[in-house]
Every structure is written in structure tokens, then in C-alpha cells.
Design a protein around this ligand. Structure first.
Ligand SMILES: [Zn+2]
Length: 287
């Protein structure tokens, strides 16, 4: 039955994936935010696209726990870390990411403001409170880092290049937060990617199936290992098709686009990316 009277309590946006391990989807970018609650601290995976979405996420976090918070950024794309300043303003001191991620945040953060302008006008303009670019200050370099939240331990680790050159994974219980290394309901985003390495990194992720059975993508529904395998195989064959087109020097490479397993836009991005990376390789070999 429908009614015009709003219910006293709206349903929680959090979905519990495992005891103490939750996920919610932000409004604008439909980005998956993770929350792992221990007995002493809680950990938030990715902070949103700016102060507006961060405030929403923060208030939902506070519906779940009053514990001190630690934040993690899976990678340096705006929708995943532009909420850092807001969280810092709420007293969060630790922002974890790979060391390379922190560098990219500092060097290229400002360039991404335009990407969020429609959803986060203040952040887009870089004007107003909590709109500063705040790079991660706790760094994962090389070896995995275990964080004890009290009764539950979270492991932060990097498996190799993929969606970017600095993707961080967050393992908690049987749940693995993958950032944009895994994509559900949309094509993988190849703009800053290393496609060949990405396939290898997904292979390493699949090898962790004894440890994890829920894989939380950066966007879309949580998936099982079979979906990660499917994404890996699809990407491997897409790269093969593109390479074949690249080897045929006389062939117009864009002819590969219709036979790639992705939509035209991401097919084009993949093709451009592979061509750019091949060119870099050629340059470094020659000179
Ligand atoms: Zn991304």
C-alpha cells in the first residue's frame, strides 16, 4: 500500500555483506563506499566526490558507529577521494592509500575538479569549505599493511597495475573491496589503465578466492569470483583483438571497435590507451 505520509525511518542505505562489513552507494557517481566496524575503530573505504557526498556518507557512517574513523582511498580518481577534506574536518586523521596514489592525488587532483562540477559545484570550483585536495598521508608501499580495528583486522595491499598504476585493495573478513579494478554493470574504465597488467592483476585477485568470496567493485553490485574471471577473460580477448588490429599496419585500427566486447566509447579508449603505451615502449627502447 502506498501512502503520502513519509515513514518515520527511511531504510538504511547500508547493506551488510558480512558481520560488521557494509557497503553503500553514493548518489551522484553511484560509487560504492565500504565500512568495516571493529570494537575500537571503524574504517571507511573511499570518501566520495566532494564535501556534499562526503557529508552524506559521513552521516550514514555515524548512524552505524560512533567509533574513531580511518579512511582509505582505493585510487586517485575524484569520485573516490575528493571527500577527504570533509572527513579530515570531522577529525579523521589517517588517510591510507598507496604511496603512488598519494603522489597522483597531489599532482593531478586539481585537474579533476571539472569532472565533479555537476554533482559537487563547490568542489568543482575549488571554492568553499572542505574543497581542498587532501592527498593520503598513510602510505602502503610494497608490502601489505594490516590494520587492527579491534576484533577485526583489515589488510591493505597492491597487486599490480590495472585500472591505474596505484590501485589499493582492502580485504576484511571474506570481503574484498577492489576499487575500480572490478566493474559491475558497466565497462571497465581504461583512461589511466595498463590493460595488459590489469589482466594479470585480476588473475592474482582470482587466486585469492580461498580468502574472499565477495568482491565489491568501485561501482555496481558486489560480485563473486566467477564475475571477476569473466571480466579478466573478456579483457584478455579485447586486448588480443586490438593487438591484432595494431599489427596490421595498413588496417584502420578503428575497425577493431565494433568487434571488441565493450561499448564503442570504452573500446575507443582501450584502443587509444594500448596505442599510447605501445608508443612509450617503442620510445624507451629506441632512446
Ligand atoms: Zn576510477
Amino acid at each position: 500500500m502506498t501512502t503520502d505520509v513519509p515513514s518515520a525511518e527511511s531504510p538504511s542505505p547500508w547493506r551488510e555483506l558480512s558481520p560488521g562489513i557494509h557497503v553503500l552507494r553514493t548518489a551522484g557517481f553511484r560509487m560504492n563506499v565500504g565500512l568495516v566496524v571493529g570494537t575500537e575503530r571503524a574504517l571507511v573505504v573511499d570518501t566520495g566526490a566532494g564535501p556534499r557526498s562526503a557529508a552524506e556518507v559521513y552521516s550514514h557512517v555515524r548512524d552505524m558507529t560512533d567509533l574513531p574513523l580511518i579512511a582509505v582511498n582505493t585510487h586517485a580518481h575524484a569520485d573516490h577521494f575528493f571527500g577527504n577534506s570533509y572527513f579530515a574536518d570531522q577529525g579523521v586523521e589517517e588517510f591510507w592509500a598507496t604511496s603512488r596514489c598519494s603522489e597522483v592525488q597531489a599532482e593531478h587532483g586539481d585537474e579533476q575538479r571539472a569532472l565533479v562540477a555537476a554533482v559537487e559545484p563547490a568542489m568543482g570550483a575549488g571554492d568553499g569549505a572542505r574543497t581542498a585536495i587532501l592527498p593520503a598521508n598513510r602510505l602502503v608501499a610494497g608490502t601489505p599493511v594490516d590494520l587492527d580495528l579491534g576484533g577485526v583486522s583489515v589488510t591493505l595491499f597492491h597487486l599490480g597495475k590495472g585500472h591505474t598504476d596505484h590501485d589499493l585493495l582492502v580485504g576484511a573478513g571474506n570481503v574484498l573491496f577492489t576499487g575500480d579494478l572490478v566493474e559491475e554493470g558497466a565497462d571497465p574504465a581504461f583512461e589511466d589503465s595498463f590493460p595488459t597488467d590489469w589482466v594479470r592483476t585480476l588473475g592474482k585477485m582470482v587466486a585469492l578466492e580461498d580468502l574472499y568470496d565477495v568482491f565489491v567493485p568501485g561501482h555496481g553490485e558486489p560480485v563473486d569470483v566467477a564475475a571477476v574471471i569473466t571480466q579478466m577473460n573478456k579483457m584478455r580477448s579485447a586486448i588480443r583483438v586490438t593487438r591484432l588490429a595494431m599489427d596490421e599496419a595498413s588496417l584502420d585500427m578503428t575497425k577493431a571497435i565494433p568487434i571488441l566486447p565493450y561499448g564503442p566509447e570504452q573500446s575507443r579508449v582501450l584502443l587509444t590507451r594500448l596505442r599510447t603505451l605501445a608508443h612509450w615502449k617503442w620510445l624507451t627502447r629506441k632512446h
